[in-house]
Design a protein around this ligand. Sequence first.
Ligand code: NAD
Length: 479
Amino acid sequence: MTQFENSLSVPVPTSSTVAPISVGNSLVPNQNQIAYFMSGATRSYEARRNSLLKLKAALQKHEHTLLEALHKDLRKHPNEGYVSELGIIYDEISHVLKGLKGWMKPRRVATPMSLQPASSHIVSEALGRVLVIAPWNYPLQLAINPAVGALAAGNVVMLKPSELTPHTSKAIATLVRETFDPGLFQVVEGGVDVSTRLLEEQWDHIFFTGSTGVGQIVALAAAKHLTPCTLELGGKSPCIVTRSANMSLAARRIVFGKLLNAGQTCVAPDYLLVEKGAEDELLKAMIKEVEMRYGQNPLENTQLPCIVNDRNFQRLSAFIQPKLVAHGGRTNAMERLIEPTFMINVPLDHPVMMEEIFGPILPIVTFDKLDDAIRIINSREHPLALYIFSENADEQERVTRSCRFGGGAINDTLMHLANANLPFGGVGKSGYGRYHGKNSFDCFVHQKAILKTATWFDMPIRYAPWTPMKDKLVRLFLR
Ligand code: NAD
């Protein structure tokens, strides 16, 4: 128990103590969460650790249902569901549990001479009520992982999963309801109406993952209450391949990054910028990769995930212009399946190069000089991710230094996300704020600054009346 916990005396409420606010068909016991937080029940290390352990145990208990739900919603193979969703959450919880005690400790910082004798420290304090709004593409991971950070930081959490993946949304709601006091962690299911209603409330932090357009709506709603928010958004993430690259490895890792979840990944390589002279070899190697992973007829392969809904299927199908297709291009509207598709000689103003693709379609654009590729990237909004495949350190350095992007990898795709020590977040239109590991903890706390000065000595120079001697001394300290 910290000294602050001791000072909080409001009792922890039960779910029946405060009347819930109605949101569509769901209930939001808003006051309940405020009272829970104010009771101090989330403050101690033991309480937070216990919440995370309970969450992990509940996920393990519901593992089969969750993987089945991901398959029903997105046709994700259970192995893919584990590797890209559940496994990542387990890893995040383990990582946070390892660091949490240390992160919670007040951090002593240096105090300048001019303030001596004194000491200074920073206390990482929970923000309060956190609203998490999640998207559909990794409907489990992107709903639970922010909640892990928020709970670790001592907050209470309201989570709204995506309505477009209803089986996963329901499985999450059931799991959380069975495991947590709704004052601490609660799920509200629903679509835009529920989201809109939730955004009218005053929160202490809003964590939103989704499209840039809706991110703007969220930021506007947050501004009304001056609520800080984290916006994890999307965009077109480029992937550069130079002639120096290890072509077969580049092909394998690009195909992996593009086809995981059928390209419905916020950090998937959206389009390729390939140095002239390398395009044929790369294309051949990528086709070989697709055939090796998904066979000659991917539409018949039960491990190929489907497109989330008809609207997105139609949107993606419209990108496929037969005369630009070098490989793939076939679709199955009934099953919402799109073959891995490579498009070549794509003009920069073609629709597939103008909006985020978010599907298994990869346009390939060639460039003469690396500076041309850099110019193309920098003439667009800052992407969430950037990848460069090159064996040349100078090329790697030039690209990573000259372009602004959220994060990325050299000679790989997506895998920067798998390192919990790296912050994950966008820049510009791909979002603001960051999370994962310690960054998640930092995302959901206020860093309270405290200066403690001695009382046995009081440096006179800051007090009037001003004298030449004081002026001299002040100038000695402040220069
Ligand atoms: P979306 O913005 O349509 O929806 C996200 C969430 O916002 C959903 O829960 C939805 O119910 C809610 N929502 C939708 N419209 C709303 C409105 N008008 N007002 C309030 N809430 C609303 O995004 P999506 O289609 O679920 O996800 C795809 C997008 O998310 C892509 O752009 C992708 O790049 C991005 N994304 C980003 C990340 C990241 O970590 N940066 C991760 C996954 C997806």
